[in-house]
Design a protein around this ligand. Structure first.
Ligand code: S3P
Length: 440
């Protein structure tokens, strides 16, 4: 464990570029690995989670290499031709790798075992096991539907129409990926829209996909026994990584920061809307498309924030950004109320209790409810910070570590976190960019 004290650094200025989108990077490697022929990926996030996906795709037969200029070259095996891995697939901390790859192997004639770290081994896998069993795959899971999980794929699998019981892009994607090698048409009904990178990118790789609507719900249909064509993918910057800098520049007086190349897919950009509703000064420059996704450069200037009631309907579009939103709320004027956030309890950590404890330790006034946090802000006054000898427990959760780093910027005595190592799962350049923006 690498403990670290995040101290106030002064205003954040200049221009930074956050690394590639994690969700899109996982999908780029998986779909390129399923295409027949050579794909090239630029801007891939080289964080531990994505590297776990790359290693797993290699074990399943794809040939993946990184060139000196940072381009990733993938020679795919073709849908239906994945190989049985010789050893257990180690997913590390990555829920996305695990759930999407379970979908992929569920319709192939092979057996695979998935293992992960202590955090991932506590997370629920039954939500993907249920639909994939309906498609014919069989599973041996550990108690409570957790890792390690052994999957015996079905060949041929059976197409299903599956209504998502929980708003989850991972479950949606697992079913659609299983559908790629399933005869007929596999459908997912999505009552609450979640990130749509799978749909966008699969269409780019040449899968036959139909998007419709039924009684107000989105319906996504994928035609099976697909032939994916290789393509060149450009991965835009990750809005979930930019989020830490959006909040940091908003709360630290004197800040004026440009964050370049930020993905602004509407299924991901909820935090920008919520911060603006709190009074943040965020301006989009040079809106454009990168890799089939909307992107812009964001200029964020310090502004006084006010507490608000966050509409639970926006939660799926900012599901990974709540930890850092809670930090913004802790520095805002007045009270911020969030609800409808039960899903946060099954992320890399229980993000409601972990953030309530972390912010409480740093001197913020936080009430934990069953489905959200209520936070009484300081009105822009710095938080006291963690006292001598106390440290925030990050619980193997990268987003807790980075959120509390941002809290440290607006604290009197700094915020000590117990472990910064998890930051490498999603944002290996975080510490360097923070130092750079503070020095500019
Ligand atoms: C992701 C979906 C979300 C998100 C995760 C990445 C994805 O998870 O929290 O970080 O890439 O599909 P859920 O599907 O569990 O909501």
């Amino acid at each position: 464990m690498t403990s670290h004290r995040f101290a106030p650094l002064g205003p954040l200025r200049g221009t930074i570029r956050v690394p590639g989108d994690k969700s899109i990077s996982h999908r780029a490697l998986m779909f390129a690995g399923l295409a027949v022929g050579r794909s090239r990926i630029t801007g891939l996030l080289e964080g531990e989670d994505v590297l776990a996906t790359a290693a797993a795709m290699r074990s399943l037969g794809a040939v993946i290499a990184r060139e000196d200029d940072g381009t990733w070259v993938v020679d795919g095996v073709g849908v239906g031709s994945l190989l049985e891995p010789g050893a257990a697939l180690d997913m590390g901390n990555s829920g996305t790798s695990t759930r999407l790859l379970m979908g992929l192997v569920a319709s192939h004639d092979l057996t695979a075992t998935f293992v992960g770290d202590a955090s991932l081994s506590r997370r629920p896998m039954q939500r993907v096991i249920d639909p994939l069993q309906l498609m014919g795959a069989s599973f041996h899971a550990s108690a409570g539907g957790t890792l390690p999980v052994m999957v015996r794929g079905a060949a041929p699998a059976v197409p299903i129409t599956y209504r998502l019981p929980v708003a989850s892009a991972q479950v949606k994607s697992a079913v659609l990926l299983a559908g790629l090698n399933t005869p007929g048409i596999t459908r997912v009904i999505e009552p609450v829209p979640t990130r749509d990178h799978t749909e966008r990118m699969l269409a780019g790789f040449g899968a036959r996909l139909e998007l419709g609507e039924e009684d107000g719900a989105r319906v996504i249909a994928v035609h099976g026994e697909a032939d994916l064509q290789p393509m060149d993918v450009v991965v835009p910057g990750d809005p979930s990584s930019a989020a830490f800098f959006m909040v940091a520049a908003s709360i630290v007086p004197g800040s004026d920061l440009v964050i370049e190349n930020v993905g602004l897919n509407p299924t991901r950009s909820g935090l920008v809307s919520v911060l603006r509703a709190m009074g943040a000064d965020i301006v989009e420059h040079s809106p454009r498309e990168v890799g089939g996704e909307p992107v812009a450069d964001l200029r964020v200037r310090h502004a006084p924030l006010s507490g608000i009631d966050v509409d639970p309907a926006i939660a799926p579009a900012m599901i990974d950004e709540f930890p850092v939103l809670f930090v913004a709320a802790a520095l805002a004027q007045g009270t911020t109320r969030t609800r409808g956030l039960e899903e946060l309890r099954v992320k890399e950590s229980d993000r409601l209790s972990t953030m309530a404890a972390a912010l409480g330790l740093a001197g913020a006034r936080v009430e934990e409810k069953a489905d959200g946090l209520v936070i009484h802000g300081t009105g822009g006054e710095p938080l006291p910070g963690t006292s001598e000898g106390a440290h925030v427990a990050t619980r193997l959760d990268h987003r807790i570590a980075m959120s509390m780093a941002v809290a440290g910027l607006m604290s009197r005595s700094g915020v000590r976190v117990d472990d910064t190592a998890p930051i490498n799962t999603s944002f290996p350049t975080f510490m360097g960019l923070l130092a750079k923006a503070a020095a500019a």
